[in-house]
Design a protein around this ligand. Structure first.
Ligand SMILES: Nc1ncnc2c1ncn2[C@@H]1O[C@H](COP(=O)(O)OP(=O)(O)OP(=O)(O)O)[C@@H](O)[C@H]1O
Ligand SMILES: [Mg+2]
Length: 456
């Protein structure tokens, strides 16, 4: 943030030789200097124009410094004031600090100290203004409201994002398919200072090596057959903004080296081009692969991995944060009910139960698709279990069986048989005919078993 305008400093002191000395030194430093010989004059000058800083002597014959300070702060509360004071009146200087002066310096002044103090004060003021501008541009708070998730794991993700998003740090998003990697990448850009600049996305898995490089870095006319004109690559398109490298785990080693060079030097050439181009691009990368394993097995460059994983963000699978399912389901229900103009209020307890029990191998995307389909199929004002796909129910059944069997492992068949018969009898009120029916054996068969197991 460069400012060409000279900073204006008002020196208030009744000692003309002191003013002169300050003026000489500070003009040399490139400041524009104004002078007032007493408090009254200073107040009048502040009323008339804006100063970046005021140097105020506390002991003056007409209207003393503190009084002037009070008036100045009334007129222009934001002007930083540096108090100059004799050693004897440090107490008064402290009074001045309480009244809003920025700092004080003890006379006789050391000119180096004065210069540093002025610079520090002006810098501080600049930071204060910049901070305010930044905050306004970011709408005060980081906004991840489009991302649903109250689970501890998601809150941890948000914490990392809130810290990393505004900076230019490279972010690596790791997570299974459908966990929301692209959604997060988008949110990071929206919560950064680059949000008014382009967000450019490229899927590194979708293109063959040559095409991918041409997409990333662009090409000159005639770089290869079919390159009929010059084309800007994604890096150039994203200049000043953010480039989202999706499915980065699927990139060839050759392309990886070129990406590494851009990350390290900020430089690249278009395919078939001689000129070295420079861009200012923030990188967000994502993959559903285990990059560490890819590195171990020699398919991914270690140095690139280190470069990318400055801020790693692990998106948990949906099954690891099932408590987020109801809110996500509601969110998608609202979205698709609106889109399809359906009046659907919510889910029946059975339907919600199915959603909660399922393991969601396709994560949030699968949940979203499931809800969209259910909304379209539903004829009721509640989504029922009947409109949910069968695999949700099957999965549920097999899970149930598994847990029953799991609980039985370690026991003998005879033992289990006995308990099953006893429980069934209990439920039928010791009606042997009914119990035999449920157990799928004849009445005589059951009686024989009872004898054999020593029940009767
Ligand atoms: N926490 C969330 N809140 C709301 N919507 C979400 C959330 N997570 C994912 N989604 C939605 O789920 C869908 C899939 O998300 P996204 O495309 O970002 O996943 P991905 O991790 O990039 O998947 P893939 O690896 O298959 O590319 C999108 O429609 C996205 O809006
Ligand atoms: Mg994706």
């Amino acid at each position: 943030m460069t400012q060409d305008r000279k900073k204006k400093i008002l020196i208030v002191d009744d000692d003309a030789s002191h003013r002169l000395m300050l003026k000489a030194t500070l003009s040399e430093e490139g400041y524009e200097i104004f002078e007032a010989s007493d408090g009254d004059e200073a107040v009048r000058m502040v009323e008339e124009q804006f100063y970046d800083l005021i140097m105020l002597d506390l002991k003056m014959k007409k209207v003393d410094g503190l009084e002037a300070l009070k008036e100045i702060k009334k007129i222009s509360p934001a002007i930083p004031v540096l108090i100059m004071t004799a050693y004897a009146s440090v107490k008064t200087a402290v009074e001045g600090l309480k009244m809003g002066a920025f700092d004080y310096m003890v006379k006789p002044l050391n000119m180096d100290e004065v210069k540093i103090n002025i610079e520090k004060t002006l810098n501080y003021e600049r930071l204060k203004i910049e901070n305010k501008v930044l905050k306004e541009r970011l709408n005060q708070e980081f906004d991840f409201s489009s991302i649903i998730g109250k689970s501890r794991k998601m809150r941890e993700v948000f914490e990392v994002l809130a810290m990393a998003a505004p900076s230019n740090a490279t972010i690596l998003i790791l997570g299974e398919s459908g966990t929301g990697k692209e959604l997060i990448a988008n949110a990071v850009h929206q919560n950064s200072l680059r949000k008014d600049k382009p967000f450019v996305k490229i899927n590194c898995a979708a293109l063959a090596e040559n095409l991918l490089e041409s997409e990333l870095f662009g090409h000159e006319k005639g770089a290869y057959t079919g390159a009929v004109s010059r084309r800007l690559g994604r890096f150039e398109q994203a200049d000043g903004g953010t480039l989202f490298l999706d499915e980065i785990g699927d990139m060839s080693l050759a392309t990886q080296s070129k990406i590494l060079r851009v990350l390290q030097e900020g430089e690249f050439e278009r395919l078939g081009g001689e000129k070295t181009l420079r861009v200012d691009v923030r990188i967000i990368a994502a993959t559903n692969k285990n990059l560490e394993k890819e590195v171990e097995e020699g398919r991914f460059r270690k140095d690139l991995y280190f470069r990318l994983s400055v801020v790693p963000v692990h998106l948990p699978a949906l099954r690891e944060r099932k408590e987020d399912i109801p809110a996500l389901a509601e969110h998608f229900l609202k979205k698709y009910a609106e889109k399809n103009q359906r009046l659907i209020r919510g889910f029946t307890p059975e339907a919600l139960d199915l959603l909660m029990r399922y393991e969601w191998p396709g994560n949030v995307r699968e949940l979203e698709n499931t809800i969209e389909r259910a909304v379209i199929l539903s004829r009721d004002e509640m989504i029922t279990a009947a409109v949910l796909p069968n695999n949700l129910k099957k999965d549920f059944d097999s899970q149930e069986k598994e847990t029953v069997a799991d609980a039985l492992v370690g026991r003998s068949i005879k033992d289990v048989e006995k308990e099953l018969i006893l429980k069934t009898l209990e439920q039928t009120g010791h009606n042997i005919t009914r119990a035999a029916e449920i157990l799928g054996i004849t009445r005589r068969g059951l009686q024989y078993k009872l004898k054999e197991l020593g029940i009767k």
